[in-house]
Design a binder for this molecule. Structure first.
Ligand SMILES: [Zn+2]
Length: 326
């Protein structure tokens, strides 16, 4: 069976960074100081009758919070900075789901832990909103190059690539699905959810227009990435991902390094994208060797918990894309 998407890529990426740099900084830097504050309950007076909502991880949390505003109490299950793809749920997660009214997930196989966590929570009233409902998933769009020793644990899943939130147009669809789900769970506040969603959707529409206009002039839009997070973004704006290069998980021998450099060399890409906050010696030497600047493109799996962060981070991604394709 064709391998659709390797979910362990980013985990490997972080593990590799850790081994190479000898510090945790590369995988922890992206955690904002306010990341832990969002789970704090609002003052009791306001929460008595509020709909309780748990969103699984950052992008769906941002969209849910944008729609909910102050009407519902929204918490995030996987705190920004915690690896999402390989996430294992905790007893605290089971408790959170046993005490909530609604859980919002990205879907498309992103939250593999969730079904069992929901079962364990034994909450018969729990409603699940699948934010990717109705979105046609994309499978593998380019060659996946594995370098270094095979880890053997790369597994496939038939749900396709889950990173739909990185396309502003599909993000709008996710916001609409979340809006409809919240209205179904809490019809009394329909008007407020609709107004909040409409305001956010307008911002996403403007963002899409900015992307279209800003990327239009560039001829060569080829790129290589180390995390297969951007196929929906690429498809939307006619960018061409030529390869996903998986960084070795194990300790790197000089041969592994050379192999990785050779693998990237064979693809003549205009741009090389890594993740923000990553300081990886292998990637830096790659970039020096190929004379291509390594730039951080944000997958938004970590970051600030204000709904406006999606727009800020995506605009920053747009600046990165413009600089890379110039
Ligand atoms: Zn990812």
């Amino acid at each position: 069976m064709k391998r659709m998407f390797n979910r362990s890529t980013i985990a490997k990426f972080c593990a590799a960074s850790l081994l190479i740099s000898g510090t945790l900084a590369s995988c922890t830097q992206a955690v904002p100081p306010q990341a832990t504050e969002t789970a704090q309950p609002s003052p009791a007076a306001n929460t008595e009758k509020k709909l309780r909502v748990v969103a699984t991880f950052l992008p769906v949390y941002l969209f849910t919070k944008a729609v909910a505003g102050d009407v519902a109490q929204v918490e995030i299950l996987i705190k920004p900075g915690t690896e999402v793809h390989e996430y294992q749920s905790t007893p605290a997660d089971v408790k959170a789901l046993s005490e909530t009214d609604v859980v919002v997930k990205n879907g498309l196989g992103m939250e593999e832990f969730l079904d069992n966590t929901i079962k364990s929570a034994q909450n018969s009233k729990l409603k699940v909103i699948d934010a990717s409902k109705g979105i046609t998933p994309i499978g593998e769009t380019s060659q996946v190059v594995k370098t270094g020793k095979e880890s053997g644990d790369a597994h496939s899943h038939s749900d396709g690539n889950p990173h739909v939130w990185l396309d502003p147009v599909l993000a709008k669809q996710q916001v609409e699905t979340i809006r409809d789900g919240l209205i179904a769970a809490d019809p009394e506040n329909k008007v407020k959810y609709e107004a909040n969603a409409a305001a956010y959707l307008q911002q996403l529409t403007a963002l899409n227009t900015e992307f279209e206009q800003a990327l239009n002039p560039f001829q060569d839009r080829t790129f290589i990435t180390f995390h297969d997070a951007f196929p929906y973004l690429a498809k939307r704006y006619d960018l061409k991902q030529v390869a996903v290069v998986e960084i070795p998980e194990d300790q790197l021998s000089p041969t592994d390094v050379k192999e990785t450099i050779d693998a990237v060399k064979q693809f003549q890409a205009k741009a090389l994208f890594s993740e923000p906050g990553v300081d990886n010696k292998l990637l830096n030497s790659l970039s020096n060797d190929l004379k291509v600047t390594l730039r951080p493109l944000d997958s938004l799996e970590a970051g600030e918990t204000d709904p406006q962060h999606y727009l800020t981070a995506m605009r920053s991604n747009l600046q990165t894309l413009k600089a890379a394709f110039k």
